[in-house]
Design a protein around this ligand. Structure first.
Ligand SMILES: C[S@@+](CC[C@H](N)C(=O)[O-])C[C@H]1O[C@@H](n2cnc3c(N)ncnc32)[C@H](O)[C@@H]1O
Length: 284
């Protein structure tokens, strides 16, 4: 799978994701996290951004400006949330492969009066243009799209300053998920998830930690958010049948594949093959 396929996927489906997914109002194309203390859908959708905010708070010095970069920023929801929580010391850059998302994010930034503080550019996070040094870089449900995940760390290592932090919130294969002992059904679920979600970069935390280590990053925290997801409680046989219908074309093709990918991901999460994590690295 190539980056151009992922661009096409988001060009064709961003409006559908925003209209049909839960995240439209928070301008989020990601999952809701129902952690302790979260009581509304908006809080749940912003939970991963709130964890990024905690990393920013750790690095903040009074009066000093910070540059925050969201790699795979969607339509800007996380940066708008961060800007609403921080005063004008925040300068933020959102990077997305989708020109449509850049346009939607810029329009919304203008509506919020954030055009100066939050800028959005179309670029490939595996081949970043020159940007001002970043203090905090994060990707929420975007790293998994990288066809060459190690290149992601190579790029971030160039972008982030020493002592800066990188946060990845995404799905990762568990130890069992990477083992060879999967059943035929389990292999089908992982495959349908990767195909439907355009997720060639699906890796385990161990694999990602090793890649990151080769580019000067060490893990400072690793939190499992899987227990805070609300998984579908549909009967297994129904899930199997729907995942098996993955080739039906009665919904727009890529959107249908993505929906089947979501069902397959639910099975992977329930079976413990995949976990949803928030991993923070420090640039040495
Ligand atoms: C599931 S969406 C998540 C969007 C956003 N982080 C959020 O939480 O709402 C994945 C995002 O990754 C971006 N993306 C995927 N591959 C990319 C690449 N190679 N370079 C830049 N952005 C990429 C997509 O354009 C999209 O914005």
């Amino acid at each position: 799978m190539k980056t151009s396929d992922i661009r096409t996927y988001y060009e064709r489906n961003t409006h559908l994701f925003l209209a049909l997914g839960a995240g439209g109002r928070a301008r989020a194309i990601r999952r809701a996290v129902w952690a302790a203390g979260v009581s509304t859908i908006e809080q749940a959708l912003n939970y991963s951004s709130r964890l990024v905010l905690e990393e920013i708070a750790r690095l903040r010095r009074p009066g000093e400006g910070l540059h925050i970069v969201d790699l795979g920023c969607g339509v800007g929801g996380s940066l708008f949330y961060l800007a609403s929580q921080l005063d004008d010391v925040l300068r933020a850059t959102g990077v997305t492969i989708s020109p449509l998302q850049v346009r939607l994010a810029r329009e919304h930034a203008a509506r919020l009066g954030l055009g100066d503080r939050c800028r959005f550019i179309e670029a490939d996070f595996l081949a970043l243009p020159d940007l001002p040094p970043a203090d905090v870089v994060f990707s929420i449900e975007a790293f998994i799209h990288a066809p060459a995940p190690e290149r992601y760390f190579e790029q971030v290592a160039r972008l982030i300053r020493a002592g800066g932090r990188l946060a990845l919130c995404d799905d990762f294969l568990s130890a069992r998920g990477v083992s060879k002992a999967l059943t035929a059904n389990e292999r089908r679920w992982v495959g349908a998830f990767q195909a439907g979600w355009h997720a060639p970069g699906l890796s385990s935390v161990t694999q990602v930690t090793q890649m990151a280590g080769r580019h000067g990053f060490s893990v400072v925290s690793d939190r499992d958010l899987t227990p805070d997801l609300r998984l579908l409680n549909w009967p297994s046989r129904l899930m199997h049948a729907l995942i098996g219908l993955g080739s039906a074309a009665w919904l727009p093709w890529a959107y249908w594949r993505s929906t089947v990918g979501s069902l397959a991901l639910q099975q992977c999460l329930k079976a413990g093959l995949v976990t949803y994590r928030f991993v923070v690295f420090e640039r040495l």
